[in-house]
Design a protein around this ligand. Structure first.
Ligand code: SF4
Ligand code: SF4
Length: 247
């Protein structure tokens, strides 16, 4: 016991002070891309061809962050001339169309639904649905429960039963096998409820894009309220989106 107390005193409080204090991410982190529309068209086309996700629209010079897996191929291909990834982790959006971006996103707070803030601003319980995928999205969501992020200090928790939840947080490309279970879980959540599509898979199919075995677009089966892009979304991207949308 004394050892525990000694450690506690020595280590102090490790919980991040975000959002009161800005957070610095590892320099290799890829956040919101900066896009140069004046880049020469051959380079833009080469980037679009190299993109494994067909996420680049060469004609409008836009990237679909719902499809993008942040592999960095376009930045390497263009030597940063067309695309450069920034450290901006604020990428949650309320409208799917906003994910097709020329390098900026609307402020999420302005798009959040006021009645959700009123209903869930103080307490938000989410049921996680892991609808196939590689498990990295779930792992990075779990990180939010560690002492550093300490999600519960904001009144947000993940709960075991959809009956106790205010909404669902879906990861993975929704395999055909998970279709019915996703709908059943959504229906078990009492109304009013929210739906969050987290990660490239739940938004567009991610690396599984084009497979006949997936639905690949949560919004095509359930209306989505909040999109959190990434592959996986960084925990701070998820935290930022939840705080801006609900608090
Ligand atoms: S970072 Fe995104 S847009 Fe660029 S090549 Fe990879 S998937 Fe495509
Ligand atoms: S979005 Fe990426 S990290 Fe998340 S489940 Fe799909 S493949 Fe895995």
């Amino acid at each position: 016991m004394l050892k525990v107390l000694k450690n506690r005193l020595e280590q102090g409080n490790r919980t991040s002070k975000y959002p009161k204090v800005p957070i610095n991410l590892y320099n290799r982190y890829r956040g919101l891309p900066q896009i140069n529309p004046d880049c020469d068209s051959a380079t833009i086309k080469a980037c679009a061809t190299a993109c494994p996700q067909e996420a680049i629209d060469a004609s409008s010079c836009k990237i679909d962050l719902g499809k993008c897996v942040f592999c960095g191929q376009c930045e390497t291909q263009s030597k940063g001339e067309f695309v450069k990834f920034t450290q901006n982790f604020e990428m949650g959006v309320a409208n799917k169309n906003d994910l097709l971006t020329g390098g900026s996103l609307p402020a999420l707070a302005e798009h959040s639904k006021k009645h959700f803030k009123k209903l869930f601003g103080r307490s938000l319980q989410l049921r996680q649905i892991s609808a196939a995928g590689c498990n990295a999205c779930e792992a990075d969501t779990n990180v939010l429960n560690t002492p550093f992020f300490d999600l519960s200090r904001f009144g947000i928790q993940f709960v075991a039963s959809p009956r106790h939840a205010d909404g669902i947080h879906v990861t993975g490309p929704i395999s055909r096998n998970m279709h019915a279970a996703t709908i059943t879980t959504f229906e078990a959540v009492p109304s009013p409820k929210v739906v969050i599509a987290s990660g490239s898979c739940a938004i567009s199919g991610g690396p599984f894009y084009g497979s006949d075995d997936i639905i690949g677009d949560l919004n095509s089966i359930i209306p989505v309220d909040l999109y959190i892009p990434g592959c996986p979304p960084h925990p701070i991207t998820t935290l930022h989106a939840l705080l801006k949308y609900f608090k």
